[in-house]
Design a protein. Sequence first.
Length: 564
Amino acid sequence: MRPLRLPRPRSLAGQLFAMQVVLVAVVVAGCALFTYLSDRGQAEASARRQATAAATAVADADSVREAITEDADPTVRLQPYARNVQTHTGVDFVTIMDTHGIRWTHPEPRRIGERFLGHIGPALKGGTFSETYTGTLGPSVRVVTPVYDDGHRVVGLVSAGITIDEITAQARGQVLAVAGVAGAALVLGGIGTYVINARLRRHTHGMNAGELSRMHAYHQAALHAVREGLLMLDGQRRVALMNDGARMLLGVGRDGDGDVVGRSVAELGLPAPLTGALLATEPRVDEVHLTADRVVVVNTSPVASGERRGTVVTLRDHTELQAVMGELDSERGFTQALRSQAHEAANRLHTVVSLIELGRADEAVEFATAELELAQALTDQVVGAVSEPVLAALLLGKAAQANERGVELVVSGDTRVEESEVGLLARVLPARDLVTVLGNLVDNAVDAAQGSPRARVTVTARTEGDALLLRVADSGPGVDPEHADAVFERGWSTKPAGPGGRGLGLALVRQAVTRHDGALALDRDPDGGAAFTVRLPLTVGGAAIPGPRGPLTITPTTVEGSTS
């Protein structure tokens, strides 16, 4: 026995088709009924006017008056006359009677001499009236009017009428014509509805209303659940859809910004490179862009079906990964520096051993002591000037990296971050942002200084007023004033692109400085290279951090980048 299957709900298109057919049928039936009732009423009124005209014409005829007043048997002259009038006026009967209601004429001769069926009282009083009455011919609309003699006395009565069947037949003919037109309209409406709903079925894939509702619910749930950003643009580059992830990554549609759906991409206030990528006609694959506080990976794909319909954009948060990659690069640089130092230490150890084997112990001790003092001088200077451990470790590591690349890294003499400020500094400026800002500035300066005659980078870090000042200057060729703004754009670089791309470091610096309401300036160093100056406010909730402030002086000491 086959299992019982519940009937599948009719599709939305099928429901709409059935509803529209019923609606058209009801409208047509209503119009037909209204037309029938209206035409019947008009037919009755027309019949009443027609009967009134025939009856009054007969009553006013001199031949009728003479036959009634002069002939002993008025029927002889009046019956043919009444027949003739009936034929020419289209009424169903013309009855001429005496004042007692006895018929002189009738469509059926056998009814002559019988009493008229109907009311005659108002006519005997000299009035003409109409009524609907059932007589020998059936229900009819009839008119009764008096016949006057020369003395203006009522000497007879005339009744003319049209049967209800005739009136109904006339109305039925008009209704049939209307019904024909209505039927044609119903057929055309049904065909048009079927065609429209067939197209709707194709667009809805035959799904019914319940399935569409469930799909919409799943669609909304998926959009809110996906952490990646999804942005859909229409053919006019307006936002057609944006999920919560895209709003968060782009920083739009939040904090009372209002709904961005329907707005142009150019009106969202995004950085110019990112706006250009979203507006581009060609696909973009894994492009890295910066927003106000995030690094995002952008992929775009145009939606086309004969003509451009829009663009689908996916956004991935690259902020944490970029930070981890920066830390990994730093760790890799530290590892390389340690490996190089280990190699140099082995060379120096062999030198010391060789001096001892040659019996020159005093020279061996002097050589080893000089190397230890040189290495310790760098560490003591940096740690003494900078109590912030992350900043100190960063400077020591960058000094080792710069030395490996043949660049001298110098920590300026007025560098000073007091130990009492370390905890307060950590509350305002996270260590990761500090590494991003200073690390990328130093890397950029080392790139610029490498290969120059002096190959030198000077770093300054100190508190000044209610701000932390970081200054990195290099001995490179400097920056063309025409490119002063472009250097902070993502993708700008004077170096050839490497495997991971270039031009992101300074853009990340500007992003971090902007996020902390700081200031970033580019000018020319007295030595001829570029000098980047960063000022980061040291405030919490608008209040300055307590503690020592202002430029602090220390003994001028130049710490060279040789850590061998």
